[in-house]
Design a protein around this ligand. Structure first.
Ligand code: MN
Length: 158
């Protein structure tokens, strides 16, 4: 895991975003006990040139990230496009603020939801997990259908 792309896109003397580093702990994809399989997720509402929601899962010492233009589905059976973006540092999960004009992603970032997730299945093309947040709860799947394009689908409420 690397934050090279994340760092390349930003000038840290001009944005309040965290510089961050890759976490030392390589987090397990699966855990024998449910409590061990729980890591953080966050959804940040990002009012940039185009409003979107950034969905991030703590995994392997970074936040795996997707931009979801229509937001994370809240009802079962709903599928929204999620575009994979560069890995973010884990400390980004706490970031909210204003990214000044002229910077990558200029606009406002607010934390829309956060909580824990439990990964239940992982293949190269799909991630299945349960979210336990304040707004989002339930079983979801993210599946990669083409390049950076994924679908995020809510399977059921839990
Ligand atoms: Mn964004």
């Amino acid at each position: 895991m690397s934050l090279e792309k994340y760092k390349k896109k930003r000038k840290f003397d001009r944005t309040p975003e965290p510089k961050g580093e890759v976490g030392k702990k390589s987090l397990p994809s699966f855990a024998p006990r449910a409590s061990e399989g729980k890591h953080r997720f966050v959804v940040q509402k990002h009012q940039a040139r185009n409003l979107h929601y950034d969905f991030r899962l703590e995994m392997d010492g970074v936040l795996k990230s997707w931009a979801v233009p229509k937001g994370v589905p809240e009802k079962p059976g709903v599928k929204h496009l999620a575009v994979a973006v560069e890995d973010h540092p884990v400390s980004y999960a706490n970031f909210a603020g204003v990214i000044p004009e002229g910077n990558y992603g200029a606009g406002t970032v607010e934390i829309w939801d956060q909580g824990k997730y439990e990964l239940t299945e992982k293949t190269e093309k799909a991630l299945k997990f349960k979210l336990t947040g304040k707004r989002l709860r339930g079983e979801y799947v993210l599946f990669n259908f083409k390049g950076k394009n994924w679908f995020m689908f809510k399977i059921k409420n839990v």
